[in-house]
Design a protein around this ligand. Sequence first.
Ligand SMILES: [Zn+2]
Length: 284
Amino acid sequence: MRIMKQPVRQTILLCLSTLLIFLAGCTTVPITGRSQFNTVPDSLINSMALQEYNSFLKSPENKISTDAEKTAMVQRVGGRIADAVQRYMNEHGLADQIADYEWEFNLIDSDQKNAWAMPGGKVVVYTGILETTQNEAGLAVVMAHEIAHAIARHGAERMTQGLAVTLGGVALNEAIKDEPSATRTIFLTSYGVGTTVAVMLPYSRMHETEADRLGLIFMAMAGYPPEEAVGFWQRMAQSKDGSAPPEFLSTHPADETRIMDIKRNLPEARRYYRPYKPVIEPPR
Ligand SMILES: [Zn+2]
């Protein structure tokens, strides 16, 4: 057997290990089939998400709404979308991807027009955006869109980039250990969580387009007419006329391109539409 020269062997070893890391970090977005590269493992992201969600809810500056009717609506819409997504993932052998999700939907009393969802199924809606959503289907547009960001792991992709830019691409577990506050800021900006420590980072156009497309499908699966998305984004665009754009709008530009893309994706979403049938528990 010929003995390889040292540098050649090193190069081969390096290539193999890079390939292994790459394969470990490669995942596919459900429905769109887009391949993505994340260096941050789901387990770490989910545990950070749980911790940040709980500290967000406990923080005195964030008040959970006491409006029983609106709270029930947010939980009803969220629950219907979550059930539909779970059913889709089960039917397509993807249930593993959301195995440790424990869905939670909270309504925060605030003028902010905003909403966000973290992996693990942790969702927040602000009362301010309910003026623009107007009805249950409008709320489904916002919640399905945010849930789509979580299911498509957009935050993890953003964290991968954030770690590369800010901390020179270190692994997440090392970053948490060595740079806890920088890592926390990267996490919060990557997931659009409204806080005073983090400046909101808009999602890229590609992430937005993908979340719009998946969101239409998710709301349709949950029995909400996807056509409602057009009206919601038009109302959002109109609410821009103040001095400062609302939170959701500053990270989600409601422009012509967005509305045109949504209209183009409606026939696809329609194919997933199924009228909502509540699961009736058998009498005991
Ligand atoms: Zn978005």
